[in-house]
Design a protein around this ligand. Structure first.
Ligand code: SAH
Length: 255
């Protein structure tokens, strides 16, 4: 009896954005492991499936628990993440646990099933803001120093990437987003297009289009994806509707 660990991404929220491969993995699991908020999004499970909910911030413990159940008890474990499991989420925690764990874990059947990450769901809602080069930065300093975050923001601004900011604010970190914008403003024009997309890819979604110089920080919380345009990111006005946001693929302008 050999177990498995599949790390799946549930996408940004809507059921239709969960891939069929993720749904199959969930249906075939004996055990489902994850942060309680994501486990609540699962479809109805059958009576033989066990749920192991844990709090946020205990990713490595959760990964070790899943690996142990698969290795010692032959369970078919699915670990759930929001969005994509490889983007600021559980997949890296599982591989970190394997690298530093017992040798036997390397022989387990471990797989990652992708999901639609917040940045892509938000971009699709706005138009095509990621049409040029872009990068993603998590503003959370739980796992890296604030100094590192500042250096990366600065480099991204200097390189003129479109920047997707994950984890922009939380109750414990309400002010870092303002610090990040102050820093970006030193390198980018105040007119730079900024979009705040809350609950992207769900039917409660809300997109606010603004500029680097006039962001209302009270509109940003832990369910918000912040997109900061490149210098070429632009708007297409539509009477009575939100403009489309896009970044042309060519730097040469319209030909
Ligand atoms: N693995 C996830 C990201 C986890 S980090 C993914 O691939 O999407 C958590 C951060 O992701 C949140 O603070 C928020 O910035 C962003 N996020 C997750 N789901 C979101 C959604 N539906 N809409 C907007 N942002 C979202």
């Amino acid at each position: 009896m050999s177990g498995s660990v599949i790390i799946v991404g549930l996408g940004p929220g809507a059921l239709e954005l969960v891939t069929p491969r993720v749904s199959t993995a969930i249906a075939n699991a004996t055990d489902l492991v994850g942060y309680e908020t994501y486990l609540k999004r699962l479809p109805t499970l059958n009576a033989n499936q066990t749920i192991h909910a844990s709090a946020n911030g205990v990713e490595l413990d959760r990964a070790r628990h899943a690996l142990e159940m698969a290795c010692k008890e032959g369970r078919k474990v699915v670990i759930v993440s929001g969005g994509d499991p490889g983007v600021f989420a559980m997949a890296a925690a599982v591989f970190e646990a394997i690298e530093h764990g017992p040798r036997g874990w390397r022989h387990l059947d471990v797989r990652v099933e992708p999901g639609i990450t917040a940045m892509l769901a938000a971009a699709a809602q706005l138009g095509a803001p990621l049409g040029g080069d872009f990068c993603a930065i998590s503003l959370s300093d739980n796992l890296k120093s604030w100094h590192t975050i500042e250096r990366r923001l600065e480099a991204a601004a200097q390189a003129d990437f479109t920047i997707a900011l994950y984890n922009p604010a939380s109750k414990a970190r309400p002010n870092q987003i303002k610090k990040a914008f102050d820093l970006l403003s030193r390198h980018k024009s105040h007119d730079t297009v900024v979009a705040l997309v809350r609950a992207a890819g769900t039917n409660q979604s809300k997109a606010l289009i603004t500029t680097l110089g006039s962001v209302d920080f009270t509109q940003i919380d832990m369910r918000t994806l912040v997109l900061i345009g490149a210098s070429t990111t632009r708007l297409i006005d539509r009477d009575g509707k939100d403009p489309w946001v896009y970044t042309p693929r060519s730097q040469r302008g319209f030909e």
